[in-house]
Structures are given as structure tokens and as C-alpha cells.
Design a protein around this ligand. Structure first.
Ligand SMILES: Nc1nc2c(ncn2[C@@H]2O[C@H](COP(=O)(O)OP(=O)(O)OP(=O)(O)O)[C@@H](O)[C@H]2O)c(=O)[nH]1
Ligand SMILES: [K+]
Ligand SMILES: [Mg+2]
Length: 477
């Protein structure tokens, strides 16, 4: 790969469409403009659409008539001279234009993410903004889009950049102290200042790390698992939520064995919903494997929908909260304390259509007073009764798991950032450790912390991570 090459690609989606956008970037863009659209770049108004005949530069054959835009560098996405051709979206037109471009000297098809990579190298975007752009292209829900846009606008990069600036100042002070303190050119107070700056920054990074994975969750989807004993109506609930028969429903206990997964948009938040095998002791080895997988999903889930058949609740309603708590104790992960596990749980008491009105009213009143229980929804998958209330409760939980990407400091969105930030905190610990023992080693800690931050935005050692990030981009982006 060489940036002296001029690259081109279809930047709009593949398949037949009304308008297709072909993007060209690199030094030969002016040649593309003149040889294919008959426009001299020196006399073409930048960033303005012109309707032109688009011709094959060799045969002069007319390929299409479309809009042509000229973006002279550095004021373009990539920072290089660029051209956009908005042509008709038929397969033959697109193929004709791409083939004609490929025959021009020094012009070749772009690789995946190459436009964005050039933008990064030109300093137009830092890595967090590149990742934000990638997320925006992949965003499926409204709130994902908001988070991606915010990151693309540079909010997250700015936060990390500000931290870097503060560390650079600390490092400068420590180094000055090392160099000049013996000549008494610098007062002792300087190091105390550095101490408190480093401590404060360490606290801020740690707080950022302890955001409960909200940004990452919003990016990747909240993991919600439907669990409970056989025949409680778990698969029925999945189908109601998806509004299509994704999973098999039957009166036979042990119908579901595999984990059945679907993606949902709950009030703008992305959710990955899994239906699982009903929990019971069984001699059937296949079903046992299903139960094992179900328990594993509950362990990993951000939120568990614990489904029960409401006709199986104790007839004496005073005993219901104790019964439910006992039930949840067997269902939720044993490794965690129950209180924490209950916070990531919603109780679904299904088949309310089989209860009398009095029973429903009495259960509702008992449940509303049971503060020790997670939110509980009495509903019927069959009639849809109680579904609105349940959707509201579900949305509330999902929302609190993801947070509002527009309020407060920008969230950490990538596991990659988390790893570098953890290294940063550790390196700052090195500063404190060596502060009174060996100031040179203490300074080294600050330097390493800076390096870790630099890796997030791509100011340090970017090449090795670039391939990983751009792998997720498509050709033409
Ligand atoms: N009356 C009534 N029946 C229901 C309701 N929801 C589900 N059922 C019935 O309960 C039976 C079991 O439903 P499923 O959705 O297969 O239950 P499941 O929990 O997925 O069962 P397994 O996969 O076997 O663990 C089916 O016959 C459903 O039609 C409901 O709200 N009311
Ligand atoms: K069933
Ligand atoms: Mg099922």
C-alpha cells in the first residue's frame, strides 16, 4: 500500500439502487475529473455538484450522466484531492465506471477502510473518532447512533487528550525537578503538586473505568436472557417480544433445548435476547446440555427475565414473596451475592389469564409491597394482558444498564480502551510507589501512563492496532 496511489471504491451500498456514489481519493483525482468528467480542476468550484457526462477516458464512450464533486485537499475527508461521482445505481453503470477508473494510471481499487485510514494519517480523525465512525455505520438503534455520533465528534478523544495534557505537565515538572533540584533552582512544592495531580487523574480514570460497562453495552447490545422452569412460557414470551414465532412453543415440557437468540430494539436500545431450555433435572443427556447452557447464559447476562407460571404460585398469597425469593436463589448465579443478582433481574409471572380477577388483584397488591423482590410483572403471553407494563419495566432496566450517551462524560465504548486505561492506572501507581525511592523510576511511570493514553487515540504505536480497527470497515469507507 502506498499513499501515492489514488484509490477508488463504490461508497454506497451494493445491489441495485437509485443513486450510487463512487469515491476517488489521491493525487490522480484531478486526472479523473478531467479525463472522465471533462472538468479542469483549476477551474472547478470545490464541493459543488455539477451535472456532467461521465465517459470512459480511453474510448470516450458515454458511461452515464451524473453529479460530479471536486474536493481539493486538504479540505476533504481524507485530506487528499478527492472526487465523488454520483451515478445511476444499475449494476452495468457501476461496473463500467469502476472499470474505467481502474484503467487510469496510478489508480486502483481501495482496500477495506482505506479512505478512513488515510483520513487518520492526515490527522483528520483520531482513533476514537475512527471507531465512532465505524460504530455509526454499524449503528442499528437510535441510542447507539447518538453514542457513535458523540464519539465521532471527538468527545471521547478530547477527554483522553485532556488527560494526556495534564500528564505531560506532570512529567515536565518531575523531569525539571530531577534536573534542577540540586542547584536549588526549583522549589520542593513542585513534587507535591505533581502528587496531587497524579492522584486526581488516577481517581478520574478509575471512575471512568467503573461506569458499569454502560458504553460497551450500548455498543454491543444488552444481553438479556429468558430463564425459568419448563413450560413457564419462556418461548412464548420470546415470540411476543419479537412479534414472530422465533421459537417453538408446545405444552410438552422440555421443548426448547438450544439457546435461541434474536436482536431487538427496546426503546432505541439494542438488546440481544436469548430464550433457553427450561430448568429441571432430567436423565436426557441432550436436555441436560441445554440446561447447562441455560445456566451459563444466566451467568453472563446483563439482565435475567425470570419466568414463572403464575398458577404454580402458593395459593396462600402471603407466602408468594418468600416463594419467589427462594426460586430466584436457585435460578440466579451462585457466585454473586443475591442482592446484586436481584438488581439485574425482572420477574415475569405468566399465564395470568388462568387466574381469577380476585387472584390477580390480590397478587398485584402483594407484589407491589414486596420491596425485597425485583420488579415483578404479572402478565399473559396468550392474551397480551400486562404486556405494556412489562415493556415499560424492561425498557427502564435496559436504559439504566446503558445510560444516556449524551449526558455526563462520554462513556468508555471499547474493550480496547479499557485495557489501555487499566495500564494507565497501573503506571500511575508506579509513580506513587517510586516517588520517594527513585524519582527517575517514578517519572517512568508517568511516561508509561502517557503511552497508554496515546495508544487509545492513536498518537502512539498506531500501526499495530490499525489493522484490527479497520478490519471492521467495509470497502469504500
Ligand atoms: N394459558 C396460557 N398458556 C400459556 C401462556 N403462555 C404460554 N402458554 C402455554 O404454555 C405452554 C408452554 O409454553 P412454552 O412457551 O413452550 O414454555 P417454555 O417455558 O418455553 O417451555 P420449555 O421450552 O419446554 O421449557 C404452551 O402450551 C403455551 O401455549 C399464557 O400466557 N397463558
Ligand atoms: K414447552
Ligand atoms: Mg421453550
Amino acid at each position: 500500500m502506498c499513499d501515492a496511489d489514488t484509490i477508488f471504491a463504490l461508497s454506497s451500498g451494493h445491489g441495485r439502487c437509485g443513486v450510487a456514489v463512487v469515491r476517488v481519493s489521491g493525487p490522480a483525482s484531478g486526472l479523473v475529473l478531467s479525463s472522465m468528467a471533462g472538468l479542469a480542476h483549476s477551474r472547478t468550484v470545490p464541493r459543488t455538484a455539477r451535472l456532467r457526462n461521465i465517459t470512459d477516458p480511453r474510448s470516450q464512450e458515454l458511461l452515464d450522466r451524473g453529479l460530479v464533486l471536486w474536493f481539493p485537499g486538504p479540505h476533504s475527508f481524507t485530506g487528499e484531492d478527492s472526487v465523488e461521482l454520483h451515478i445511476h445505481g444499475g449494476t452495468a453503470v457501476i461496473t463500467g465506471v469502476l472499470q474505467a477508473l481502474g484503467r487510469l494510471p496510478g489508480v486502483r481499487p481501495a482496500e477495506a477502510g482505506e479512505f478512513t485510514r488515510r483520513a487518520f494519517h492526515a490527522g483528520k480523525l483520531d482513533l476514537t473518532e475512527v471507531e465512532g465512525l465505524g460504530d455509526l455505520i454499524h449503528a442499528e438503534t437510535e441510542v447507539q447512533r447518538r453514542q457513535a455520533l458523540r464519539q465521532m465528534a471527538g468527545d471521547l478523544g478530547q477527554l483522553y487528550h485532556d488527560w494526556s495534557q495534564r500528564l505531560i505537565r506532570c512529567l515536565a515538572h518531575v523531569e525539571a525537578f530531577i534536573d534542577f533540584s540540586e542547584d536549588e533552582l526549583i522549589e520542593d512544592g513542585v513534587l507535591n503538586q505533581v502528587d496531587s495531580s497524579v492522584s486526581q487523574l488516577q481517581a478520574e480514570v478509575e471512575r471512568h473505568l467503573q461506569d458499569g460497562r454502560r458504553g460497551e453495552r450500548l455498543r454491543g447490545g444488552v444481553q438479556v436472557v429468558i430463564a425459568g422452569v419448563t413450560n413457564a412460557g419462556k418461548s412464548s414470551l420470546l415470540n411476543v417480544l419479537c412479534q414472530r414465532p422465533v421459537a417453538i412453543v408446545s405444552p410438552i415440557a422440555g421443548t426448547t433445548r438450544d439457546v435461541v437468540e434474536t436482536h431487538l430494539d427496546i426503546g432505541g436500545f439494542p438488546v440481544q435476547l436469548s430464550d433457553t431450555a427450561g430448568l429441571r433435572d432430567t436423565p436426557d443427556t441432550v436436555e441436560r446440555e441445554g440446561v447447562r447452557r441455560a445456566m451459563e447464559r444466566v451467568e453472563l447476562a446483563d439482565l435475567t427475565l425470570a419466568v414463572l407460571d403464575s398458577t404454580h404460585l402458593p395459593k396462600e398469597h402471603q407466602g408468594v414473596p418468600g416463594f419467589l425469593l427462594g426460586h430466584l436463589r436457585t435460578l440466579l448465579p451462585a457466585g454473586e451475592d443475591l442482592e446484586t443478582a436481584l438488581r439485574r433481574c425482572l420477574l415475569v409471572l405468566n399465564k395470568s389469564d388462568l387466574l381469577s380477577e380476585e387472584q390477580v388483584a390480590s397478587l398485584q397488591s402483594i407484589l407491589s409491597q414486596a420491596a425485597e423482590l425485583p420488579p415483578a410483572c404479572l402478565l399473559s403471553c396468550r392474551t397480551g394482558h400486562g404486556m405494556d407494563h412489562f415493556m415499560g419495566a424492561l425498557q427502564k432496566q435496559v436504559k439504566s444498564l446503558c445510560g444516556d450517551p449524551l449526558s455526563g462524560a462520554p462513556s468508555l465504548t471499547q474493550a480496547r480502551h479499557r485495557a489501555h486505561l487499566q495500564q494507565c492506572v497501573k503506571a500511575l501507581g508506579q509513580y506513587h510507589h517510586y516517588r520517594d525511592l527513585d524519582l527517575a523510576l517514578a517519572a517512568e511511570g508517568v511516561r508509561r501512563a502517557l503511552t497508554s493514553l496515546g495508544r487509545i487515540t492513536g498518537r502512539v504505536g498506531a500501526e499495530e492496532i490499525l489493522d484490527i480497527i479497520f478490519r471492521d470497515f467495509c470497502i469504500g469507507k
